[in-house]
Design a binder for this molecule. Structure first.
Ligand SMILES: [Zn+2]
Length: 74
């Protein structure tokens, strides 16, 4: 599956990923609950894929985060 790595959201920590998703929420107004996380590598860069599901409408959403600023420095 092709992913748009250019549009990955830059974050400085894993906590920021969860904060981003919590703030954004679903288009229906419901809360997005993280259901899974996957570490991806693309052209030598590292990304976190966060899978979420809306607690109200059940809609699935995936977010791609650019974690290069802190990857390997934890
Ligand atoms: Zn929803």
């Amino acid at each position: 599956m092709d992913r748009d790595y250019e549009k990955a959201i830059k974050v400085d920590s894993v906590a920021q990923e969860y904060l981003y998703v919590a703030r954004l929420g679903c288009s229906c107004g419901g809360r997005l609950r993280p259901t899974g996380q996957a570490l991806l590598e693309h052209k030598g860069h590292h990304y976190d894929l966060l899978k979420t599901r809306c607690q109200v409408c059940g809609n699935h959403a995936e977010f791609l985060f650019d974690i290069n600023s802190f990857f390997g420095r934890r």
